[in-house]
Structure formats: structure tokens, C-alpha cells
Design a protein around this ligand. Structure first.
Ligand code: HEC
Length: 278
């Protein structure tokens, strides 16, 4: 492990890519995306939505086989059923969302200028439950991932276009997420950017590091390692732990800001959740 960390760090130091602190989100976006287009010239731009499989033919073939009988299908079915099952007050989730919750999941996370905070899909699901007198679900896996999987499924093919409204609080949330993405942390002292920008396409132990572009598009995912579904923030937790850093709480302001920045960086790509990963 230690050897690899050193290797990662050394490689990380070679990467000159950082987003300038004072750039606008739009400038950040162009720089972020064009970096990957240059680094992986053989990957069609729209294909980054497939994560690590967009840059690795060998694992892609295996993955395509898995996708023939997608392991998340059961989760979509369960999510659909939960979504349509009335709360004790007779209402359903549909009552909380625009267009009854169909084909709108790709708009999350968004900055709610009334509440002054980033609202992720999972947060909105629980807010809906609480508004209807139901207990919130646990974040990261289980029923919430199923409902999220179903809602994302109805958004497949839509284009991600996260907006930073003209509100200093929205920009602050974006900047907070950006800072998190580039912050070195844990005993290994590495950032998300070290692995998913500077070392995208390189190996860390037995794993090929996927590009940071297009990561949020296919969540939630069924992961073989988990033996089940997980949300994007479940994955954040895992990636933090990998470098022996203390993860933040799921749906904490910190992770919501990270998800906001991270998803904004995938603007223009297709929403293709839920997904399957090893
Ligand atoms: C030590 C290296 C390392 C660091 C640091 C790291 N990750 Fe990862 N991450 C991985 C590996 C390895 C995988 C699995 C291969 C892949 O999909 O890239 C992964 C996968 C992911 C995935 C799933 C991608 C998919 O398509 O399913 C997301 C999302 C992700 N990381 C986000 C982050 C974020 C955000 C951070 C910072 C909080 C971070 N990672 C930090 C190594 C790292």
C-alpha cells in the first residue's frame, strides 16, 4: 500500500492541472473538460459518462456483458414501487416534485435560492418524506438508492445542465465543493484531483483510475464490491476512506457542495444512471 501511495503522490506532483481559484465556474468547466479530451483523445466526448470504461477497452467488454442483464434492474423496480406507494397521508413522492418526479432527476443537485443551500436528489427524497409525516430514510444505500435509481432511470438521455444561479451563496457552495475536490487529505495526503485528474488512466494497485469527468452521471450504481446499490455520496465516503481520511457525513453541507461542483463539471453530458460497477 505504502509504495503505491508514494507512487501516486509522485505522479500527482507531475500533474500541473489545477483550476485557478478566481476563475468563473464556466471557465473551470471548459478547462476541466478539455483536459480529459486531450488526455484521452480516443474517447468520444459523450462517452465519459461511462466512467473508467470510457478509457479501458478490456474492462469495457466485461462491463458491456454485465449491462446485458443489468444488476440494478431490480433496484429500479423496487424504487418504482416505493415511489408509487402512498404515504400514510395518502400522498406519494410525486406530489413533492416537478412533473410528478418523472424525467427531472438529472437536474439535481441544484442550488435552492430560497433555502440558501444545495439540494441533492436524496435530500429532496427525504425532505418529501418528512413533509408528509414519514421518517427519513438512511442515506447511501437501501430504499433511498432504489428510489433514486428509479428517478434517474426516468431521466436517462437528458442532458446535465447544473446551474449556478446569480447568488453569492450558490457560488460559495460551488467554490467549497471545488476546494474539497482539490484538497489533499488523509494519511496519504492525496486529493480527488490527484487520483481522478492527474492520474486518470494510471493504475493504483489493481485498479485503473477513472476520469473525474462523467463520474456523477451514472449514479446511483450497483457495485459488485458492495453487493448492492449505493449513492454518489456512498462512493465519496469510500474514496475518502481509501486514503485514510475521515469521510464527511452523507448529505452534510460539505458533500453536497462537492456533489454540486462535481456534477457541474459534467455539464453537457448525458444523464445515464443508474449504473453497474465492479
Ligand atoms: C487514492 C486514489 C483515489 C482518491 C484520492 C479518490 N478516489 Fe475516487 N476512485 C478511486 C478508484 C480506484 C476508483 C474505482 C475506479 C474508477 O472508477 O475510477 C474510484 C471511483 C470513484 C467514483 C466512482 C466512479 C464510477 O464510475 O463509478 C467516484 C464518483 C469517485 N471515485 C469520486 C471521488 C471523489 C469525489 C474523491 C475525493 C473526495 C475521490 N474519488 C478520491 C480512487 C480514488
Amino acid at each position: 500500500m505504502k509504495k503505491l501511495l508514494t507512487a501516486t503522490l509522485a505522479l500527482g506532483l507531475l500533474g500541473a492541472f489545477t483550476l485557478p481559484a478566481q476563475a468563473t465556474p464556466q471557465e473551470d468547466l471548459e478547462k476541466f473538460q478539455s483536459y480529459y479530451y486531450k488526455r484521452f483523445p480516443n474517447t468520444p466526448k459523450g462517452d465519459f459518462i461511462n466512467g473508467v470504461y470510457s478509457i479501458d477497452a478490456a474492462s469495457r467488454a466485461q462491463w458491456e456483458e454485465i449491462e446485458e442483464f443489468p444488476p440494478y434492474e431490480l433496484s429500479i423496480d423496487k424504487g418504482k414501487k416505493l415511489f408509487n406507494t402512498p404515504f400514510k397521508n395518502g400522498k406519494t413522492y410525486a406530489s413533492c416534485f416537478e412533473n410528478d418526479g418523472i424525467g427531472i432527476a438529472h437536474r439535481y443537485p441544484f442550488f435552492d435560492t430560497n433555502a440558501g443551500e444545495v439540494i441533492t436528489l436524496e435530500l429532496a427524497i427525504n425532505t418529501c418524506r418528512e413533509a408528509n409525516g414519514e421518517k427519513p430514510l438512511k442515506y447511501k444505500k437501501g430504499a433511498i438508492a432504489d428510489i433514486s435509481a428509479y428517478m434517474k432511470y426516468t431521466s436517462r438521455g437528458e442532458t446535465i445542465n447544473i446551474v449556478i444561479p446569480d447568488d453569492p451563496r450558490a457560488l460559495a457552495a460551488y467554490e467549497r465543493g471545488k476546494k474539497n475536490f482539490y484538497a489533499k487529505r488523509g494519511q496519504m495526503n492525496v486529493s480527488c484531483a490527484d487520483c481522478h485528474i492527474h492520474n486518470a488512466g494510471n493504475m493504483i494497485r489493481a485498479d485503473l483510475l477513472g476520469p473525474g469527468l462523467g463520474q456523477p452521471t451514472h449514479f446511483p450504481v450497483y457495485r459488485s464490491k458492495w453487493g448492492g446499490m449505493g449513492t454518489l455520496q456512498r462512493r465519496y465516503t469510500g474514496c475518502n476512506k481509501q486514503v485514510r481520511a475521515k469521510p464527511y457525513k452523507a448529505q452534510s453541507p460539505e458533500y453536497r457542495a462537492l456533489e454540486y461542483f462535481h456534477t457541474y463539471m459534467s455539464n453537457g453530458l448525458e444523464s445515464n444512471g443508474p449504473g453497474a460497477r465492479k
